[in-house]
Design a protein around this ligand. Structure first.
Ligand code: ADP
Length: 629
């Protein structure tokens, strides 16, 4: 995170700000336009009252003409009414866009995560970076999410300043009539200089102090401490209360885990009144904030003094005096906001830069443009040519010299002990990673040359830790809300879920799980697995892979499912992965993995006959489970 700690220049702040605006505008079109217009209207609205009340007071204090007074009142009511209406309308528009922005915002990260190379996605570093970003945004709003806020306040402050300058120009341009004594100084350079410095010095100093105070409480160390504090609280504070508490309830009660959780939560003092954040806020940060507030009182005092003296000297009437006081106060207020928010933007840019560091993680996997042409004959042929693979950051080979060719329509089993490389083989087959050495070919062409989406379409994998969604059953199987009901029903029936489906009153429209629907059904592990298999069947891909999705089942149930699956796979290539040998006996070909290598290849009988072979060894080690068959 060294990069993040470096200070940001104004130039970088501006560049990153513009890039953020372009990015957010792409996700929520119109968000900046609505904010910009609303800010302009909000900035000028208060000035209408200042202008008209000055005219009315002047008339009342001077000529007191009824018709003129009436005219000013009518104009004042009309203009302020129209502005109030306009402000209301633009605020509604802005709020709607702003809400949409908050709603769309997370898509920026989601889209990146979906597009990212799988190897990057799996890295702890990537997860940490994202956690830091989310943490900073949730904790104090430091980050990209707040760019619209900065845009809004900066535009409003800038327009406010311009309006105030126009309204108070007369204060400096209207000379006091010939007066004597020290009042003469008011119009001269000395008076202007004194007023100028009384306005500018605190106006510049106050936000600077405020910015320093904010910076002091948002340093890297502080946000790192808050991240850790929040993580600990998130993990342990909700142990008996959060979403997972029911699933954890047995362990919690059995082992008194709540005591340990309470201990961690009470030890975690980051956010407490005597914690590091509170200490900074009460100490250095607090002092600076108090000094900033005190300084602005000085400015107000100086403005009152100058305007009153000039009015006293006869430069303008009481009405204009009100206008000038209003305008100069607004000027210093807007200038203060502008400076403060610019300082805040600059310190927030460090966090926004971190978001761009995440969004700019490059995709280094080469992706070609060849399509996998939907062949009606389904003649796909996959070849692993001397493939070796190490996981990023690992020194050991997860796969070594894997040579293999398989044609569509075959039943292939991959067996081996845990950690022997079976899942890695599937990950490479699905191109979640590229081999370090060797090549994987589809119909004789390196799989890197195919369009990735197209290539993925020829596989349907049921992963070990498959995930179903709290959505209707049919939508889960089809992967979309609109689907072919007859095909989904067939897929579920083929996967062995037919009887259960028939018993569900709402059939395919039954909600899975109860997260969003009290009427939802809680399905068992075995049922979930059948639904996951139905989902793979519905995809109707030429290659279907079962990567131990049955790990939670007993060996008999697993063997039954695999045997059934063998029947329903039809002309597809089916690849089964299991560390239970009995499940795969029926396959055309069995590959035995050991320490990343294919050590044996053949049919069950011949492999078993090779005494001293890995298969023989594994079979006998597991035989106790199968004697019942
Ligand atoms: P199997 O599916 O046969 O149980 P795997 O393919 O999951 O085996 O694992 C093969 C080897 O690769 C093991 O040594 C495992 O520890 C290692 N491995 C698996 N996944 C990762 C990963 N994401 N990062 C680093 N090493 C991994």
């Amino acid at each position: 995170m060294k990069n993040d700690a470096q200070t940001v220049t104004w130039r970088q702040t501006w560049q990153i700000f513009l890039r953020s605006v372009r990015l957010l505008e792409r996700y929520t079109p119109g968000v900046f336009l609505s904010m910009g217009i609303n800010s302009v209207v909000s900035a000028v609205t208060p000035y209408a009252a200042v202008i008209f009340s000055a005219r009315i007071i002047d008339e009342l204090a001077g000529a007191r003409r009824a018709d003129v007074l009436w005219r000013w009142v009518v104009i004042a009511v009309t203009v302020t009414g129209a502005l109030a209406l306009l402000q209301h309308l633009t605020t509604c528009w802005k709020k709607a866009r702003e809400q949409t922005h908050y709603y769309n915002y997370s898509s920026i990260y989601k889209d990146k995560l979906l597009r990212m190379d799988f190897a990057e996605l799996e890295k702890q570093e990537t997860a940490d970076l994202l956690a830091q970003i989310q943490q900073n945004e949730n904790w104090a709003g430091y980050g990209l999410i707040n760019v619209p806020y900065f845009f809004e306040t900066l535009v409003q402050a800038a327009v406010g300043m311009i309006g105030a300058v126009v309204l108070c120009a007369g204060l400096f341009l209207t000379p006091a009539p010939a007066v004597t004594g020290p009042l003469k100084l008011l119009d001269g350079p000395v008076g202007l200089l004194a007023l100028g410095s009384a306005i500018l010095a605190p106006t510049a100093l106050a936000p600077w102090l405020q910015g320093k105070s904010d910076e002091a409480s948002s340093t890297e160390a502080m946000s790192a401490a808050a991240t850790l504090g929040n993580r600990i609280y998130g993990a342990f504070g909700f142990l008996t209360y959060g979403a997972e508490s029911v699933a954890r309830a047995l362990d919690i009660r059995m082992y008194d885990q709540q005591t340990l959780a309470r201990h961690y939560v009470s030890e975690n003092r980051v956010f407490s009144a005597d914690g590091p954040i509170a200490r900074v806020k009460a100490g250095k940060g607090g002092l600076m904030m108090a000094a900033a507030a005190g300084l602005s009182a000085l400015t107000t005092g100086a403005v009152y003094l100058y305007v009153c003296l000039k009015a006293w000297a006869g430069a303008f009437g009481v009405g204009m005096a009100t206008q000038y006081i209003g305008a100069v106060t607004a000027l210093t207020g807007s200038a203060g906001v502008l400076l403060k928010e610019l300082m805040n933007l600059r310190s927030t840019t460090r966090y926004i830069r971190r978001t761009f560091r995440f969004l700019d993680i490059p995709n280094s996997m080469y992706e070609g443009s060849l399509t996998t042409e939907k062949r009606s004959d389904r003649q796909y042929d996959i070849e692993f040519r001397d493939v070796s693979f190490k996981y990023p950051g690992s020194d050991t080979w997860a796969l070594r010299h894997v040579d293999l060719r398989f044609k569509v329509g075959r039943r292939l089993a991959i067996v081996g002990e845990n950690g022997s490389g079976k899942t890695t083989f599937i990950k490479l087959l699905c191109r979640l990673y590229d081999p370090r050495e060797g090549q994987i070919l589809l119909n004789g062409i390196d799989i890197r040359k195919y369009n990735y989406r197209d290539y993925m379409d020829i596989f349907a994998v049921v992963f070990q830790d498959f995930q179903l969604m709290s959505q209707p059953l049919g939508a889960n199987v089809a992967g979309s809300a609109a689907y072919d009901r007859a095909r989904v029903t067939k897929a579920l029936t083929d996967a062995g879920f037919g009887d259960r489906l028939a018993a569900l009153p709402q059939g395919l429209d039954t909600q899975l799980y109860r997260d969003y629907d009290g009427e939802g059904v809680q399905i068992s592990g075995g049922e979930a697995q059948k639904i996951a298999i139905a989902r793979a069947l519905y995809k109707d891909a030429p290659f279907i892979v079962l990567d131990e999705p049955t790990a939670a089942l007993d060996p008999m149930a697993e063997a039954e499912i695999y045997a059934r699956f063998n029947e329903i796979s039809g002309d597809r290539t089916a690849i089964y992965i299991s560390h239970r040998l009995s499940s795969c006996r029926f396959c055309d070909e069995i590959l035995v993995f050991d320490q990343g290598r294919i050590v044996q290849q053949g049919q069950h009988e011949e492999l078993l006959a090779e005494a001293g072979g890995k298969y023989h060894e594994l079979w006998h080690a597991q035989a106790q489970y199968y004697t019942a068959q």
